[in-house]
Design a protein around this ligand. Structure first.
Ligand SMILES: Cc1cc2nc3c(=O)[nH]c(=O)nc-3n(C[C@H](O)[C@H](O)[C@H](O)COP(=O)(O)OP(=O)(O)OC[C@H]3O[C@@H](n4cnc5c(N)ncnc54)[C@H](O)[C@@H]3O)c2cc1C
Length: 491
């Protein structure tokens, strides 16, 4: 978005990033080992939830990118647009604002994507955008068996980023170029010799709060004590930190702000509310045959419906990959010696549980901290849908094509029943959204044009503005809204 704004206006654009510039192989090469060199390092915010009631009171660690490109520099690279039903829902919530219409999303995807293969519905896919999209160059033999197995169960092999997502399976589409380099937003938009001259990038620069005066945003305050003035401020700190920055600046639910001794400038009750996240759990098998090696956390996937939710959206995503060394916890392989394995990862696609981010200040001297409570599995229906996800994955595992790769079920296996296993092991797949959602309602934090209600010259553009979570990994939809925001904000 920073590049797009610089290219489409004459103004000066300043991009601030708390982390480093990420111009290192671990943020550029796509292999799995690079993920392990990025997570739990200085390039990861390593945020933690409150004890989760639905998860046996476990606290969950949520990795989040702290580096130029944010999550896209450290993520698993899966590229999903989301289901067209998601876009219909948002269009309605926006009060039928054209830039939230399914057609508009389709146009944004065409602009941003550069699909390097034909995944079946070529005419619907972008070919010349900056985000490169490709399938795993060398999928394992077991990934091919996974697709054969899904097809034998009646699922269609097809482009889940095409006209429909439901009941489709295929190799995963990844944000990688044809040399398997990561097409993060930093790599795609913020490097090279052709950066617009009116774009300045400042890394290692931590924003503390926004300067709000008489209902106007005048600029931002840095952690270092420096203040920067600006005509327009766009907050893109992600769904866990954009609401926190708003609240630190006095924009949020009045009672909660005052309880944390923050003076309320704008009573905006939905800031930090509506937190929604996808969850994952691992169903792993010991393989009697070498499943092949993988370089990606997900090589292929199936999108399906549990039948337990009323809406037409896909509510289950089953990711698959050949096993990666050390991924199956030791407690599930007490005798050690796991030579070959395969991994199914059911993802709860349309969780009903909602959570919040709430400010807390402990004493006069201490900094404001925030309690992140995604409310995982608090809605009982989510657990039922999730159990269905494990059931579907097992059906695939038990089919003829998968037999050589799916011997003993390692986890949950005989160790736990499914509900217990989910409560003890299900965790985030790092997709928080929804905490500064747009909407036509006066209560919505942002208007459909991304401006923050109650404050002039301030917009939010990141995963926090999505009114609900996408059926599938969210970065595709977040790229699309950034493209949309360029058009709105450059006018
Ligand atoms: C480990 C992991 C795996 C994932 N896998 C996938 C996947 O395979 N597919 C997919 O679609 N999605 C995936 N995601 C999610 C995806 O990356 C995010 O949804 C997406 O990056 C969110 O974009 P955003 O712009 O909302 O926020 P972010 O990408 O989080 O960007 C926010 C940026 O703001 C910066 N920032 C925050 N606070 C401050 C501050 N106070 N001052 C200055 N800078 C600040 C951060 O450092 C960061 O660079 C994954 C995420 C993670 C963490």
């Amino acid at each position: 978005m920073a590049r797009g704004l610089a290219e489409s206006t004459n103004g000066e654009v300043l991009l601030l990033e708390a982390g480093g510039d990420g111009n290192e192989p671990r943020f550029i090469e796509s292999g799995i080992e690079n993920l392990f060199q990025s997570w739990f390092t200085e390039s990861d915010w390593q945020l933690k939830t409150t004890p989760q009631v639905g998860l046996d009171n476990r606290e969950v660690l949520i990795n989040q990118g702290k580096v130029l490109g944010g999550g896209t520099a450290i993520n698993a690279m899966m590229y999903l647009r989301g289901s067209r039903h998601n876009f219909h829902e948002w269009y309605e919530i926006s009060g039928y604002d054209e830039s939230w219409s399914p057609d508009h999303f389709q146009n944004m995807f065409l602009e941003l994507e550069s699909c390097l293969g034909d995944y079946g519905e070529d005419s619907l896919r972008g070919k010349s955008g900056r985000i490169k999209i490709s399938q795993p160059p060398h999928p394992s033999a077991s990934a091919s068996a996974f697709l054969e197995s899904c097809q034998s169960l009646g699922y269609q092999r097809g482009d889940f980023n095409g006209s429909d997502q439901n009941e489709r399976c295929d190799y995963m589409q990844l944000i990688i170029d044809n040399q398997a380099k990561r097409s993060s937003t930093a790599n795609a938009f913020l490097r090279g010799d052709d950066l617009p001259t009116n774009l300045t990038i400042r890394c290692n620069t931590d924003v503390e709060s926004l300067m709000i005066e008489n209902g106007k945003c005048l600029g931002i305050c840095l952690n270092s004590g420096e203040n920067l003035l600006g005509e327009n401020v766009v907050l893109s700190a992600g769904a866990l930190q954009s609401p926190a920055l708003l609240m630190k600046s006095g924009i949020g639910p009045k009672a909660e702000l005052e309880a944390a001794r923050i003076s309320c400038q704008v009573n905006s009750p939905m800031v930090g509310k509506n937190l929604t996240d996808h969850m994952r759990v691992m169903l792993a098998y010991r393989s009697t045959t070498d499943p092949g090696a993988t370089n990606f956390l997900c090589e292929a996937a199936l999108f399906t419906r549990s039948g337990l939710n009323a809406g037409p959206e896909t509510d289950l995503q089953i990711n698959f990959s050949a096993g990666v060394d050390g991924f199956v916890a030791e407690e599930f392989v007490p005798d050690g010696g796991l030579e070959h394995s395969v991994i199914f990862v059911p993802v709860l696609g349309r969780p009903r549980s909602r959570g919040s981010i709430v400010p807390k200040s402990i004493s006069d001297n201490e900094q404001i901290t925030f309690e992140i409570n995604p409310g995982y599995l608090e809605d009982a229906k989510d657990l039922e849908v999730y159990k269905k996800g494990l059931e579907t994955a097992r059906q695939i595992a038990n089919s003829e094509a998968m037999k050589p790769y799916c011997g003993e079920e390692l986890c949950p296996g005989k160790h736990f029943d499914d509900a217990d296993y989910l409560r003890k092991y299900a965790t985030t797949i790092w997709h928080p959204v929804g905490t500064c959602a747009i909407g036509s309602s006066e209560k919505a934090v942002c208007r459909p044009d991304f401006s923050v209600r109650g404050v002039e010259n301030l917009s939010v553009v990141d995963g926090s503005v999505l009114p609900s979570i996408t059926s599938g990994n969210p970065q595709g939809a977040i790229f699309a809204i950034a493209f949309s925001a360029i058009k709105r904000l450059s006018h």
